[in-house]
Design a protein around this ligand. Sequence first.
Ligand code: ADP
Ligand code: MG
Length: 745
Amino acid sequence: MKLQDILTMHFRLAEPQRAALARLGIATVEDLLYHFPFRHEQGGNEVSIAGLIPGTSVSIVGTLEKLETRRSWKRKIPVSEGALKDSTGKIKCMWFNQPYIAKMYLTGTLVKATGKVAGTGTKMYLANPELERVSASDIGLFKTQGGTSLASREESSLKQKPVEESDLIYQDTSGSARDNKLFAQYQESRGVTSLWFRHAIEKVLTSGVLARVEDPLPQEILKRYNLPTLVTALVWVHAPRAALDAEAARKRFAFEEVFYIQLARGREKMRAARGQSFAIKPPKKDIAAFVDSFPFTATIAQKRAIDAVLEDLGSGHAMSRLLEGDVGSGKTAVAATAAFAAVATWPAGQTFGTLQVAYMAPTEILAKQHFESFIQYFTHHPINIGLITGSGCYKFPSKAARGKATTISRAQLLKWVAGGEISVVIGTHALIQKSVQFKHLALVIIDEQHRFGTNQRRALARKDARLPHLLSMTATPIPRTLALTLYGDLDLTLLDEMPPGRKTIITEVVAPGERGKAYEKMRAELATGRQAYIVCPRIDEPDPQKAFALQAKSVKEEAKRLKKEVFLEYSIEVLHSKMKPKEKDAVMKKFLAHEIDILVATSVVEVGVNVPNATMIMVEGAERFGLSQLHQLRGRVVRSNHQAYCFVCPETRGEKTLARLKALTTAKNGFELAEMDLLQRGPGTLAGREQWGISDVGMEALKNLKLVEAARFEALALIQKDEPLARHPLLAEALHRRTQTMHFE
Ligand code: ADP
Ligand code: MG
């Protein structure tokens, strides 16, 4: 067996298993080894139903009977019920809020149920037990045979003895001496069970394949932090002899992941800093005049950010800066000033023309808004601005109508961009296509941080041209550990001050059943001519197949209901991600023109749309969102000097839910809320995680600032000494493989 072998070379897989493994992205033996369990369970503590004691936690092996789902009449939540039977008796099982349980298990299924014994006497039941299918032959696994302990205990998890890999190869196949063994629990997927993984991985661990595994992490680093070697960690993560072993293994993988990311980012930073770039040093008074031409006075934070950016631009080396600031903090003005500096600069060796700026936005709606705001910012300093989107191209100013933009063909626009006549080009991802060639691209501005590295920058510039400067902007509040990891290659500037005159947004957590009052407040504001967003967690009605699985309000149904029952006199429309760009655009235009009063939307509105007259936002199913995501959503309504309102409506009445949401009314800023999300709900729930390309284990690391800092320190120290990783070939290879699969936008 080899790590790169396709699983089917060693396992006979039925079609459903194949499909499930494909779904989980598991193709090779190595993939299987990196499918980590989500927890371990003590084996050998199964009990019989006859002797159950209320209040204890137990595991029982038995068959399921008569599973069905109903709704509890009081709390209206779905309850699945059934019975578990073994040779000594029968006990009722109840699952709250897990209606799919009844569909997943047929009567007669042999399972191991693990959970707490609730109730008393004859009314005992298992509350929310975890089920795992077992086959009759597995039952033996759980029998306590009281034999000798296999593990020599000196292999304490955090102390590393000299490594003799052969010692560490997993040998426990006997099935005896399983006393106190920990059993890995794997995420099940339709087609493969946790048990299948356990057996399959056991087969891999005992195959001898680990003997050929080499550890890319330098020994001295492992020693410094008492981390197990790769082979040990692979064994321990799946088949630990003690809980501490599993923990040490996970810690190693977490460290490793952050370490790799830091290596990649550190190199990136080094390369960018080394790369020659355009020296952009316009006279100070020109910059001052530009800033003075804003229709407002720049905040101190904006001025500070502008200074930092100008210093970078003038340095001769490529800027790599991230500008982070809450929605409405005025990032565009900073971007415009940076762009101004570039277009006020002649290309080298010329006494005419301008350097060029590319400004990328995540959506067409936003690209158009930036186009329009740039036209405003440059009113007194006219330049040519282009807009490239999938659905059309524009140029400002128009030859025919001064002060207006005009549509032009893509081909024509590209020609002007390539010729250097268009100074600022704004667009979506379409901007980084090969067909878009710049003449003197000196600055790339990216709104809403997407990973964008030296290579992408180089690809954007002309061959042999210098590396353009990079200004990245984001309103996504993220915790410090995450910022250190994800943005390790960027210098950070915070816009931590809101423009003056903004009233703080009045946020109310509306308990279920009290919506009426919130609607009244909204009606009063609508009557004064304001507009509102109502955000729902879903687009369509829940899939009827999934019965009660998701009861979240849907955009379409909620819009219908509001039209019919609540806001009869106002115009209501919907906006969601399944609509075509053109449709979305049309709706946004109408909303901006106040032809729509209420926009019922999914969280697509999260990505900055600027409608100053919209001063209310109501979020349905609020508990489904992270605090930082809710914070961003409400950022939609702080665009003007009117008092803004945010109504946060959870579906459930739980004390905990309400308390968590209350933080929205007390936290000082988005960063504080992001930290809370991380600690309370775990890193998996942070908004935007899909685009980060960090595994679950890596995400666990983000709760641990010390670990992140250690990994960062080691990675930077290593590349200081050996940037090409010439003396660490295994590491270079591992990193290469990782960066190939990492998500780049
Ligand atoms: P964001 O940081 O969310 O991108 P924008 O740049 O879109 O914020 O600015 C939000 C609004 O605030 C815009 O209407 C802009 O004109 C206005 N604005 C920006 N800076 C200031 C300021 N210093 N004083 C007053 N209004 C400002
Ligand atoms: Mg913005």
